[in-house]
Design a protein around this ligand. Sequence first.
Ligand code: LLP
Length: 438
Amino acid sequence: MELIGAQVAAPSQEALESPFPRLFDGMDLIALGAALPTPFHAYSANTIRQRISGLQAALDGLNAAICFAVKANPSLAILQIMAQSGLGADIVSSGELRRSLKAGIPANRIVFSGVGKTEAEMGEAIDVGVGRFNVESSEELEALQRAARTREAIVRASVRINPDVDAGTHDKISTGKSDNKFGVSITEARRWFAAVSCKENVRLDGLHVHIGSQILELEPFRQALHHVSVFWRELVLAGHSINSIDVGGGLGVVYRGARDKPVNVGDYVHTIREALTGFEGRIVLEPGRYLVAEAGILLTRVIRTKQGATRNFLIVDAAMNDLLRPSLYDAWHDIELIDEESDRNDLRPGTVYDIVGPVCETSDTFAIGRQLPQCRAGDLLAIRCTGAYGASMSSTYNSRPLAAEVLVDDGSYAVIRRRQSFDEMIAGEQAATLWRTA
Ligand code: LLP
């Protein structure tokens, strides 16, 4: 497959560290905003490469594999950057499997996670040679055994441990508590290993843990890894061979410039090294957000301002269908006016706005009571840190077509997904003219 706007290049520090919010990976956002209709997502290729190489450097000397969590940003061009950097993929569906393969990620570098893999999806993954299944229930283990036996294949599997650890993050993105649907208790996992010989086509030789997302403290990681490490040592003493320990994703990023203090990646890897000292198998990491979130912005224009009875609204052309995080999790995203004088915003008096989209939902709100320079119709705004779980969670709600996505690389851009047309949006729909009985 042809590369879409992403040549391998050394990260351009100059482009990334510009004090001017107008510059984005060497590209003037005013010019980019003039070239394409808003709203659209833009990603900085250099920021992604820098994140990847920083994590790879921290892992130096470890037998470790990074499997990008595709759900964070499944765009083919983004997956190609991952493939070019030697990364694997963490997938949760047949769609993510096909995207990963299409982008050039080898099947043996793919791990298949998720509580609801169907037997058909498992079969497809076995057929293409997916490297490992992270199994989340005994029912799923049975289904995997059936799918593998039908194909006379032997598959590698890890049990996803639910360590009952509070990740200290938003409840809706917390996955490691015992009342969450994810993983199984160590007590149950112990039974799986004791009965492992009944699963002739499944080689259960790994452990997996993922306790949640946007984690800003080391302690929850440390606790989860401690449980995994104690269990791994117990299994080895009992004669089991453990070849893979997957520590999941979850590293937090800066959504709120003045407040969020993410874990240092070196400290994170140090915690993994400490917990798994003596482990000679493969350590798998499944970061999603950490690699792409800060590389993305959503560009949007002001449609109009509206003076409400009690609030001052700034109505923009992006909406909750383009970026769901604020509506779904009350998530904060920094928002900046991008204008000709962005280094001289004192030219416009500060004004407090509720920044909202056009969708007919009160929750279609990007920010409440946010201070911005006074805005007018047509102004360009950048909603920051939207590279993860932005476009990937978008929908066509209110019959708004999916926004375009562009990749920016050292001052040039490539459209990596064109804006959906009306015809594409309604493709597959038809009038109810053909009636059948089931
Ligand atoms: N591995 C597994 C098994 C996962 O379920 C996830 C994310 C990851 C890795 C990657 O986690 P990350 O490194 O990105 O934190 N839509 C939410 C986030 C949901 C995360 C779901 N699982 C948000 O916008 O905050």
